[in-house]
Design a protein around this ligand. Sequence first.
Ligand code: BGC
Length: 341
Amino acid sequence: MPVTMHHFGALRDGTAVTAARLENSSGATATVIDYGATLQSLCVKDRGGRLVDVVLGYNDALQYESHGDYLGGTIGRVGNRIGGARFSLGGREYALAKNDGENHLHGGPMGFDRRMWSMCAEGDAVVCERLSPDGEEGYPGNLRVRVTYTLTEDNTLRIAYDADSDADTLFNPTNHSYFNLNGGGSAEGHWLQIFADRFCENDAATLPTGRLLPVEGTPFDFRAGKPVGADIGAQDEQLTRAGGYDHNFCLAGLRAAVLRGDKSGIEMTTYTDMPGIQLYTANFLSVRAGKGGSTMAPRGAVCLETQLYPNAMNCYGFPSPVLRAGRHMHSETVYAFACAE
Ligand code: BGC
């Protein structure tokens, strides 16, 4: 179905924000705004045939600009943390903007989620593009980025990332949607399966140390599936430090995770060509009103951020986020929806 565009309010400086709505013939919709190339809403049918908005968000642009938490935003240049907010590449040291103590998180204080993108419809897809200039948040190279959202007839949201740079740089994008497949309430009852035998050990600042730990026999074992909250309160240093799950899982293949709303029956399977996925149980989400009278609260959603392993520039052997000058980067993440009976 054709993409429809509508006005979505304005930023503090008056910049108009536009929303693009994708719809398939069974009535599922996805709405993307050009502020942050953000997924603002994603409505799919529950087992009773009712449409449920399965991502947290706001109803106007100003709220996205005023609040943090990266709701539905496109994260870049590098998702998650870079320890010490520095890295060396090609014999040079680069200092990045700090926004998480001494560290760099989600591309910095003015990451991709806080920028205006140019947005257009291409057939039945929405394409967001921007040029991230050399030096932005400390990164080298002029980086041209394109994020394409497609909603298919079989209720799959596909997010494709494409990028090129004129100098060697880093690139590790993700989408920071907060999923609640029941449409609200605590997400601790959601059933979750993650296809990973190992996860990244974190230090006290939620930075991967470089060690990969086996999930076997730990609260991180989601291989057979269990409720998100089943072991979240366990006396495990990795969990207590982060106030819940906030860890990268090392994926074994393209199928990354299955999340199911215990009340709605909505089931979401995540596929990605990235080697990692951050499970973040919204531990630090501030309590406040969201769209449509909803309330956001800690543990009220699950983020499944597909990515290269975090802090890769400081951890020997982690897949590299380096994008070489003149090389093209393409990556896809797919969220496929179905309904459990
Ligand atoms: C990170 C958390 C961080 C959150 C901010 C997540 O992706 O892993 O540590 O607090 O984003 O919304």
